[in-house]
Write a protein that binds this ligand. Structure first.
Ligand SMILES: Nc1nc2c(ncn2[C@@H]2O[C@H](COP(=O)(O)OP(=O)(O)OP(=O)(O)O)[C@@H](O)[C@H]2O)c(=O)[nH]1
Length: 294
């Protein structure tokens, strides 16, 4: 990510060398004995922190207005800190206040712009949180995310399931299993297989309700947890999605999807419930898919 911002990094380097040249031109080196080491360490730390802000903003963000605000604000603040630091080594003539202005002005300006950028980042995060609602529910633990589909994985589903079952809330699971996916991979290649998995994840996510939690259970299986849902309602949701799936050409003409709904029973834990679901899915093999693309 950092190298996509090479022009911003270049601007930072230019600002640094420009200010260094200006400071050396305007000031005179202090004698070694006049250096205040405590100030030097303090100013040095602030300088490093300001540099870390710029680095973190650039390393974690793509191009865009918010990134530009964060970078410009961070850069202005960094310039102030840089001159403050150089100040410790240089003495400027008392009758030339220019260096003191250049040193003082960018800091408040930069912090203002940086705050605007953080506000933009906050609004962006709210939008992303809303988008993530169907992918994560109560825990944010990103080792539990499948790198291909960005859906949560089985351990995460079990955490949420155990929590819901312990509360005694009624719920259903809705599962999808690609039929003959291994063969599809062999014929069309793994990359085409990956694309189908990603498309299916996006499709299911878009079709489920915001309170449902969709996870990938490894390989070609997806399971959604439908809280406060009766079996008939879960089956209707599954059938509705199945009808829409038939129109999707990315499924390919050789690929089908089995789908199954299952209600939690009183006293179930996540192992028992998922075990029953997998057993029922397995026993459907060979009976033909619920959904086959047109
Ligand atoms: N492209 C791709 N394939 C995967 C991925 N993970 C698992 N697979 C493949 O998914 C297939 C799953 O095999 P099975 O569970 O036997 O399923 P199937 O081939 O659809 O067979 P049936 O379910 O019996 O119809 C295997 O061939 C795996 O190699 C992945 O991330 N990407």
């Amino acid at each position: 990510m950092l190298m996509t911002h090479k022009y911003k990094l270049l601007a930072l380097l230019l600002a640094m060398t420009g200010l260094l040249t200006l400071a050396l031109d305007q000031g005179q080196l202090k004698p070694w004995g006049d250096l205040n080491w405590l100030d030097l360490v303090g100013e040095g730390c602030v300088l490093l922190v300001s540099l870390a802000w710029v680095y973190l903003a650039l390393a974690s963000r793509p191009h865009g207005r918010v990134t530009l605000l964060l970078f410009s604000g961070g850069l202005a603040f960094f310039c102030s800190c840089w001159l403050d630091f150089l100040d410790e080594f240089l003495r400027y003539p008392a009758d030339q206040p220019m260096m003191s202005w250049i040193e003082s002005l960018p800091a408040p300006l930069g912090l203002g712009v940086l705050t605007l950028g953080l506000w933009g980042w906050h609004r962006e995060q709210l939008a992303i949180n809303a988008q993530l609602k169907g992918r994560e529910q109560f825990f944010r633990e990103h080792q539990l995310v499948d790198p291909l589909t960005r859906l949560n994985t089985q351990p995460y589903l079990q955490l949420v399931l155990d929590r819901e079952l312990a509360l005694g809330k009624p719920l259903c699971l809705l599962a999808w299993d690609l039929e003959a996916f291994g063969l599809f991979n062999l014929r069309r290649g793994e990359l085409a297989g990956d694309r189908v998995l990603r498309e299916l994840a996006e499709f299911l996510l878009a079709g489920l309700r915001s309170e449902d939690l969709l996870c990938r259970l490894g390989g070609d299986r997806f399971v959604a947890l439908l809280p406060q849902t009766a079996l008939a309602e879960a089956e209707a949701i599954g059938q509705g999605l199945g009808r829409q799936l038939r129109q999707r050409n990315w499924l390919g003409d050789s690929l089908g999807v089995r789908s199954l709904a299952l209600a939690a029973q009183p006293g179930d834990n996540s192992d028992q419930l998922l075990g029953r679901l997998m057993h029922r899915l397995e026993s459907r093999k060979g009976l033909g898919p619920f959904v086959r693309s047109a």
